[in-house]
Design a protein around this ligand. Structure first.
Ligand code: AMP
Length: 112
């Protein structure tokens, strides 16, 4: 998608601190970290939000969750939070599907 920030990061038109990349997924550090470890995991195909996940593209969502577990282990996290914000009302500001992998500090529940 031409005007999508994360598509630009995928194409390396915008720099990012990449922690993992393969044909389907990219993981990079959030520019405004909310925890000692705050990594965004995105699919390389443009999916606007979790609302757009369906039976034809859901495999990639499973791969995002599996990659989060791998990265969390690599980062030696004791536990972590995985967040998908869906639409502005839930805090989504970039409309390209992404999981926030957050860890390295105690997290409260319920979230704000
Ligand atoms: P969300 O609010 O769920 O859409 O999350 C978007 C996230 O993208 C926010 O946590 C931002 O800090 C992060 N972000 C925005 N621009 C960049 C960037 N250029 N590189 C890395 N992370 C970014």
């Amino acid at each position: 998608m031409e005007n999508c920030l994360f598509c630009k990061i995928i194409k390396k038109e915008i720099p990012s601190e990449i922690v993992f990349e393969n044909d389907e997924l990219l993981a990079f550090r959030d520019i405004s970290p909310q925890a000692p470890v705050h990594i965004l995991i995105i699919p390389k195909i443009h999916i606007e939000s979790p609302f757009e996940i369906n039976s034809s593209n859901s495999t990639v969502a499973g791969k995002i969750i599996a990659l989060a577990a791998e990265i969390a282990k690599e980062q030696k996290l004791e536990g972590y939070r995985l967040v998908f914000n869906c639409n502005e009302i839930a805090g989504q500001s970039v409309f390209h599907l992404h999981a926030h992998l957050l860890g390295g500090r105690i997290m409260n529940w319920p979230p704000g």
